[in-house]
Design a protein around this ligand. Structure first.
Ligand code: ACM
Length: 262
């Protein structure tokens, strides 16, 4: 399976320009799965709900759904993209899954980061897993990484590939991602952004460091702070092997009776 992610610096509030940038960087590359960053089409640092609501969309149904359907058609595969989702008056920081036929599913960020809590509602759809035929995939968004329960929930539900759109500001997620891949034996696509945004006297710099990881934490492809599309050939069936030694299985050896997760 030809898996890829795209790292770039979205321009806040300028969807058309972000669509153009994504299209240009993908070109006519044929891919089975492409993961884009968190809030890839809108930018991140919004000063108010009103400002964000002007850009948020229902999925499916808006111009971003149209763009992602067309992009999936161009690459000939599936696309995962971080988006600002609007359901009625409620805003979610979501990741959406598209095929060339259109919208297949939505994940809504469960663990909101910092001032996101003033803009978005926490996700209410759990951690769904989608069977694409060639692989079972799950999505989580940025700060979900610091809660190992996110990746574990996806792995226990059968995800072979974790798609992780991000806008990272803390430096240690790329290291933690290795652990998430290893402790669940899953492929892991961390698609981060670069650049900086300012709003109302606040500035955030995004760290890049996107990577594609194998089921033992192998770095199959990685980026620093450059704008680029990176790809890796992966065999999702390898994620079905949860044995660490011939006597140790990542899931069968779990001891929920001993855990106090409350
Ligand atoms: C983040 O969750 N965007 C840091």
């Amino acid at each position: 399976m030809h898996a890829a992610l795209l790292q770039f610096a979205p321009i806040r509030g300028d969807k058309e320009s972000n669509f153009r940038k994504i299209k240009k960087l993908c070109g006519s590359t044929q891919l089975d799965l492409l993961v884009l960053p968190e809030l890839a089409t809108t930018g991140y640092l919004f000063g108010s709900k009103e400002e964000l609501a002007l850009l948020a969309e229902a999925f499916p149904g808006g111009q971003t759904s149209e763009f992602l359907t067309e992009l999936a058609g161009t690459i000939g595969g599936h696309v995962v993209c971080g988006v600002a989702e609007k359901e009625g008056e409620i805003l979610y920081n979501s990741a959406v899954l598209f095929s060339p036929q259109g919208h297949l599913g939505t994940y809504r960020k469960v663990h909101l980061f910092d001032k996101e809590k003033e803009l978005f509602e926490p996700g209410n759809v759990g951690f769904p897993v989608f069977d694409l035929g060639e692989a079972k995939i799950g999505m989580m968004v940025c700060f979900d990484w610091i809660f190992p329960e996110s990746a574990r929930s996806l792995a226990l539900a059968g995800a072979e590939i974790i798609c992780h759109p991000a806008n990272l500001v803390l430096p240690y997620c790329p290291r933690a991602a290795l652990t998430r891949a290893i402790e669940n034996h899953v492929f892991y696509l961390l698609s981060d952004r670069i650049g900086a945004e300012q709003s109302r006297g606040e500035e955030l710099s995004f760290i890049g460091q996107s990577r594609i990881l194998g089921t033992k934490g192998e770095i199959l492809a990685s980026l620093g702070e450059e704008e680029a599309l990176i790809t890796a050939e992966i065999d999702p069936s390898l994620a079905g092997d949860k044995y660490v030694t011939s006597c140790n299985h990542l899931f069968h050896d779990r001891r929920p009776d001993c855990y106090r997760l409350g």
